[in-house]
Design a protein around this ligand. Sequence first.
Ligand code: SUG
Length: 416
Amino acid sequence: MKLVEINFDGIIGPTHNYAGLSVGNLAAAAHAGEVSFPRAAALQGLEKMRANVTQGLAQGFFVPLPRPNHDWLDVLAADDTTDAALLAGAWSASSMWTANAATVSPAPDTADGRCHLTVANLVTMPHRAHEWPDTLAQLRLAFAEPAHFVVHAPVPPCFGDEGAANHIRLTSGHGEPGLEIFVYGKPGGPFPARQSEQASRIVARRHGLDPERVLFIEQSPAAIAAGAFHNDVVAVGNERALLAHEQAFADPAAAYATIRGKLPEVEIVIVPAAEISLAEAVRSYLFNGQLVTLPTGEMALIVPTEAWGSAPVRLWLDSMLAGSGLIRQVIPVDVRQSMANGGGPACLRLRVVADPETVDDRFLLDDEKAAVIERVITREWPETVNPAQLRDAELADRVRDARLALLEALNLNALA
Ligand code: SUG
């Protein structure tokens, strides 16, 4: 069995919009009320996936969830008097950020030798709290083979869980046992701490992780206050590389010492605040790059064009590349539509280390499927959505049909 890292990107849905629903997500707040471009957004996401396939990386995808979510509107007893933000939440395309779909512990890390996934409850933000039932259905379809996968229901809603965005797996090689690092936040700052420590501990126990190879690390309150609503906005890991902002963790010295003690071969690259401030890290999303190992064995960091275009970030990247560290390439990608809602390249993907043969083939991307997806997006996705339209019955019909056309084209009617 050949275990590889498969990146499952969320196809950006036809209701992609800027309703400004995420408190503490500075990009989303800054673009609140603007007109969005769902078709362009989805094509940008697709190009990112295609580029990864061209690099020789294993690439999967998840389809958008049904939006507007009528079940959710029913639960809310929504009517004409209902708060506009609650209504808009039923339309959110936020499931595109699949780093928040689940936490994944690959087979080499777990007691029963299967890959465990726990769907994230996303309870902190109302517009995301209704994602999990449909995400769970999709995960159970994609990872249906019980000999290889266990897909768990969410942790109880009293503990906020935002999935892989607050989880870093370090290892000498994807198919080897890993050190799983769960990063949680403590409440009390100006913005919500979305990942609770207890949620992380529940996930680790459920997944049957070896306590010797698990760490629970507190995210720095300063990072959350600066807009790092998920830890993947200030740190990213891949195999034995960890790239983190100096102010990512509450007690960085202790965190790095413990990580080094457990994984001596780790290479930790710390970006000093004097070179890239927390504010610039959050603005540019440097750390939300996708850090990947190319088939050549070299590591590449796939960064948003916003990071590439930032003077201090570029200076730092150039000096990193001139050195002899593990990251040998930087690849800029244009995911501006997603970025304007606070979702960078790493937010758009869920990493699953598995043998692709054990995954439902319908969720794996190749050139042919990419062409099919592109055709449906181009034909069916609205060109623009104005947040004021998020009550419009005609738009509701149109986006429902757009999604159904995609499911039909991908033979995924089971998710209709
Ligand atoms: O949960 N934005 C998402 C962005 C998620 C990014 N994911 C990771 N960092 N892994 C969020 O804040 C904005 C939607 C709106 O405001 O309409 C939004 O939900």
